[in-house]
Design a protein around this ligand. Structure first.
Ligand code: HDE
Length: 687
């Protein structure tokens, strides 16, 4: 009974009450009441433990087996429950039940994850984020097992083990953990030009999101929708966060991993538990064979996007996350996503990556969840009725009832069990396929650089600089110069500024460019949809202000700032020299959420520095307080400060003349400041 943990202490629906109160009685797994859970049974007070202590044996036996293998990829994840709401009927496009009725809500479970790191790795690794959605539709579970990046590194599933081996810790030394900044990864990538487009994305700030709430999701592959008349349309699936896009910078990511390795988990937990439910709109790019034939790239090639300017994204519904799981293991750890879980009205395309995934996701659950009945676990079971003749196996919870466990059978009526339904049952799209059996890569998959260039030119200058910095950082960790050189060769095909910037950052000369498999198209137009900064929020809603304060601070000033932030839908955290809080000028104590060295400014979206004269002097002598201020400035945060805090700002090395990202505290400043913070960063500081 994994979905209702309290049931584990009840038997037959009844809870034993202990003598004195509300708490249920502790029992063994058999329901036997336990008298003493502090001492094992022994002979005499100092003698050996007795084998007959069934309670001890059961407890230790179960503990010994608490772990299951972590996922081979996407091991570290975090999930939430919610629902999908259909905006309008899409019956002209698909017979999928979920899209038939306007306003219908379908339960959903969504797991976000990093890919390369172990289960215990930091949230802010530079990595792709998984964005896996399970929709419990009335005609079965539909799993959209996507990522926060719309393309992938490889074109054929047969290369997946190599890609992942190269990205994970190197096998002889078992490091580095949760990072691609090492020889094996870049060796593989530099020998796999099809990965270059995806590498642009992973070296961009997309790979270090500020929160799961502020990133997009993508189905990546082309799928099909089939309508009641059997007509097929191709689609690409998008999840667009209503909260706007936002990422951290690399120096922040490094610092956050130390200060709060659970940064993304905590963020989702806090947002949902405080009633700030994140939402994504589902968007579909719908296209037909004619478009596919005329497109510069192959729609079956998962290393390519279809720019939104060519095929607009049609918004069809929204996904709202409104409830955290009751238990992490039972739900988030045991959830089994599977690309093969599709429903009538949806179908696969021939994308060779998708075809391979359809094998892998079913297979991997056997290892991880231990048997073929993992769909009996409540988080994986459909919420619609289901009937079949599959039976037995480890932990079978739903065996067929009655005598018939096969078909065809001639048992009458309900006794005979379920029957197939040719009318409404799942039907594969009858695509015509011909051709010899062969191991080839289609010519139409051969252009490896054009979209990488398109991605680069679609970024703002700040974002382009971050891509250059990221490549310099990663390649600087590569020991073998020939691997670095090989990678530089590919960058020449992407963009001169990129190649020159990275070569300069590495202190290396550019090599000759490799001969491309196909001559790149160099004039693909920029697409605004590919930039994070062009798709940010327009308010401070859902963001967090860090207020650094000292004893003697004006209570009214702190209140005014908190008020303005709360009105904008943001939240505040008070940071003080001591966790007990600060004594304000009116004698009240303002409780602290963080002690200054435990709550560095990288954890916040913007900062306020409010001190008394003495407080500023005291903080100016504290290294963590100076770094707090200096980092906020260096990371282009908006800064609100009061007059008294100036000695601290000076000690932190901030300029005497505040820039436009800094605002002095006045009566009207908080409102204006929070409005300005909607832009999230004052990038002009580094421009
Ligand atoms: Fe996965 N992937 N993958 N992947 N993937 C898994 O399945 C695999 C790929 C993605 O939160 C595994 O249950 C192959 C693309 C997510 O539980 C495994 C290939 C995309 C998750 C697997 C890919 C993804 C996984 C490991 C190349 C984005 C986490 C545990 C053909 C569209 C789901 C598991 C969760 C997990 C195989 C490539 C997304 C081993 C063979 C492309 C979000 O089956």
């Amino acid at each position: 009974m994994t979905d209702t943990p309290r049931d584990t202490v009840s038997s037959g629906g009844e809870t034993h009450q202990s003598a004195g109160g509300e708490r249920p009685q502790l029992t063994t797994q058999q329901g036997v009441p336990v008298a003493d859970d502090q001492n094992s049974l022994r002979q005499g007070s100092r003698g050996p433990t007795l084998m007959e202590d069934f309670h001890f044996r059961e407890k230790i036996f179960h503990f010994d087996h608490e772990r299951i293998p972590e996922r081979v990829v996407h091991a570290r994840g975090y999930a939430a429950h919610g629902y999908f709401e259909t905006y309008d009927s899409l019956s002209d496009l698909t017979s999928a039940d979920i899209f038939q009725r306007k306003g219908e809500k379908t339960p959903a479970f969504v797991r976000f994850s990093t890919v390369a790191g172990n289960k215990g790795s930091g949230d802010l690794a530079r990595d792709v984020r998984g964005f896996a959605v399970k929709l419990y539709t009335q005609e079965g579970n539909w799993d959209i097992v996507g990522n926060n990046i719309p393309v992938f590194f490889i074109q054929d599933a047969i290369k997946f083990p190599d890609l992942i081996h190269s990205a994970k810790a190197e096998p002889d030394r078992d490091f580095p953990q949760a990072q691609t900044a090492h020889d094996n990864f870049w060796d593989f990538i530099s020998l796999t030009p099809e990965a270059v487009n995806m590498v642009m994305w992973t070296m961009s700030d997309r790979a270090i999101p500020r929160s799961f709430r502020f990133m997009e999701g993508f189905g990546v592959h082309t799928f099909r929708l089939i309508n009641a008349k059997g007509k097929s349309s191709f689609i690409k699936i998008h999840w667009k966060p209503k909260q706007g896009l936002q990422s951290v910078t690399w120096p922040e990511a490094v610092a956050i991993n130390g200060a709060d390795p659970d940064f993304h988990r905590r963020d989702l937990w806090n947002a949902i538990n405080s009633g700030d439910f994140p939402e994504w709109e589902m968007g579909l790019q719908v296209f037909d064979e004619d478009f596919a034939d005329s497109f510069d790239f192959d729609v079956l090639d998962p290393t390519k996007i279809i720019p939104e300017e060519l095929v607009p994204v049609q918004i069809v519904g929204r996904l709202v996350l409104d409830r955290m799981p009751d238990n992490f293991f039972a739900e988030t750890e045991q959830v089994a996503f599977q690309t093969g879980n599709i429903v009538p009205g949806v179908d696969f395309s021939n994308d060779p990556l998708l075809q391979g995934r359809n094998f892998s996701y079913l297979d991997t659950q056997l290892k991880r969840l231990g048997g073929p009945n993992f769909n009996h676990i409540p988080i994986n079971a459909p919420k619609c009725p289901f009937h079949h003749f599959q039976q037995d196996g480890h932990m079978a919870m739903h065996n067929p009832k009655g005598r018939a466990n096969y078909e065809p059978n001639s048992w009458p009526g309900a006794e005979g069990g379920p029957r197939e339904d040719p009318e409404t049952g799942f039907k594969s799209y009858p695509a015509e396929e011909t051709g010899p059996k062969q191991r080839v890569r289609s010519e139409t998959f051969a252009d490896h650089y054009s979209q990488a260039r398109q991605f680069f030119v679609s970024q703002t200058k700040v974002e382009q600089d971050h891509i250059v910095d990221a490549l310099v950082f990663e390649l600087s960790k590569v020991e073998r110069p020939d691997i670095r050189t090989r990678m530089l060769g590919h960058l020449i095909h992407v963009h001169d500024d990129l190649a020159n910037g990275v070569a300069d950052g590495l202190g290396m000369d550019l090599p000759d460019a490799p001969t491309p498999a196909r001559e790149p198209i160099t004039d693909l137009p920029a697409s605004d949809a590919l930039s994070i900064l062009k798709n940010g929020p327009d308010s401070f809603k859902g963001r967090k202000l860090g207020i650094l304060l000292s004893d003697g601070v004006s209570a009214a000033e702190v209140e005014a700032v908190k008020d303005a932030v709360t009105k904008a839908g943001g939240i505040c955290a008070v940071v003080a020299p001591k966790i007990g809080g600060a004594k304000a000028d009116d004698g009240s104590n303002i409780p602290a959420d963080e002690k200054v060295d435990g709550g560095p400014s990288v954890l916040f979206d913007a900062v306020a520095i409010l001190t008394s004269d003495d407080g500023a002097k005291m903080l100016a002598g504290m290294h963590p307080a100076k770094s707090w201020v200096a980092d906020a400035f260096a990371h282009c945060k908006f800064i609100l400060f009061n007059d008294a805090s100036q000695p601290l700002l000076k000690a932190a090395g901030l300029p005497d003349d505040p820039d436009d990202g800094m605002m002095k505290m006045t009566k009207t400043a908080p409102g204006k400041f929070v409005k300005a913070c909607g832009a999230l960063r004052y990038w002009d500081r580094v421009a």
